[in-house]
Design a protein around this ligand. Structure first.
Ligand SMILES: NC(=O)c1ccc[n+]([C@@H]2O[C@H](COP(=O)([O-])OP(=O)(O)OC[C@H]3O[C@@H](n4cnc5c(N)ncnc54)[C@H](OP(=O)(O)O)[C@@H]3O)[C@@H](O)[C@H]2O)c1
Length: 280
């Protein structure tokens, strides 16, 4: 008989997490999952605090989740800027001495035809999706490392995209630099897995397909709308909040202790389906 228990396999009891871009969309889904799974403190960060989709309204909603033992705390920060990340580290230390989970989720995209691409758009995408993620990992490593152990490592989850491994959109609404930035995020995670594994931190990537959100909704419309994309997907639907929640809980709980340097697509399988309508 194997001698282990699966009681509380997916529990995050007592854990402290930071989710960047936690005010809406996928980041808010992850923060919700962490609190429902028993996390003690979930920090959410984004640039805007008081706006309609800012941090404050998200913190209020998170703290009203039924049955939670922990709490959400919002800290505004632009994680494309290293000084703001340094301030975020200092502010988190004022509340908590440990950090068990870092979700580098905040991301930016830009779409348009190839040749007229304004250079600022490439800079914005790379600064947040690559440089920002690298700096987040780098500057939070001391806290994560001192919170992790051999049997229960701290976790870094980078929210990438299936666009990091396929070529999703070229032409009029092309997202070439976004796609390249997400490919870089995947490889950054593999490097961090090897660099930080010995320091009791695992690093993995989750790669969503389409989930309705402020970031994705424009592109969903350009591609024919939600109904069309649902018909194109092997599972017949787009992503829903619990789809992100389930994978996040797996990777951040005891269930995912030994997974390091992996990339998990959450897209219903549509990344594999290119060309299936080709007439032979
Ligand atoms: N939704 C999808 O279909 C999909 C698919 C594949 C991958 N993804 C990835 O999933 C992640 C989240 O996307 P989403 O769809 O949830 O987008 P979203 O709804 O637009 O949310 C983006 C979040 O990031 C924050 N943010 C943006 N720029 C920031 C910055 N410089 N510093 C700090 N926070 C910043 C936003 O708040 P503020 O504006 O207030 O800063 C917001 O909280 C991204 O990395 C995206 O590439 C999404």
């Amino acid at each position: 008989m194997s001698d282990f228990s699966i009681n509380n396999f997916f529990s995050l009891d007592g854990k402290v997490a930071l989710v960047t871009g936690g005010s809406r969309g996928l980041g808010l889904h992850a923060a919700t999952a962490f609190l429902l799974a028993g996390a003690k403190t979930v920090f959410i960060s984004a640039r805007k605090a008081a706006s309609e989709q800012g941090i404050d309204q998200a913190v209020t909603r998170l703290n009203k989740l039924p049955g939670i033992k922990g709490k959400a705390i919002g800290i505004p920060a632009n994680v494309a800027q290293v000084e703001d990340i340094e301030r975020l580290v200092a502010e988190i230390k004022r509340h908590e001495s440990r950090l068990d989970i870092l979700v580098a989720n905040a991301g930016a995209t830009w779409g348009g035809p190839f040749e007229p691409t304004p250079d600022w758009s490439s800079q914005k995408v790379l600064d947040l999706n690559v440089r920002g993620v690298f700096n987040l990992a780098r500057l939070f490593t001391p806290m994560l490392s001192s919170s992790g152990s051999k049997q229960d490592p701290s976790r870094i989850i980078i929210v990438s995209s299936t666009a990091g491994s396929n070529v999703p959109h070229v032409g009029e609404h092309g997202t070439i630099m976004y796609s390249a930035s997400k490919a870089a995020a995947h490889h950054l995670a593999r490097n961090l897995a090897v660099e930080l594994g010995p320091r009791n931190i695992t690093t993995n990537t989750v790669a969503p397909g389409f989930f309705p959100s402020k970031l994705a909704n424009g592109l969903i419309e350009h591609l024919g709308g939600q109904d069309q994309l649902e018909r194109d997907n092997p599972r017949g639907r787009l992503g829903e909040p619990q789809d992100i929640a389930g994978v996040m809980l797996f990777l951040c709980s005891r269930a995912g202790n030994y997974v390091n340097g992996e990339d998990i697509a959450i897209d219903g399988g549509v990344r594999l389906a290119a060309g299936r309508l080709t007439k032979l």
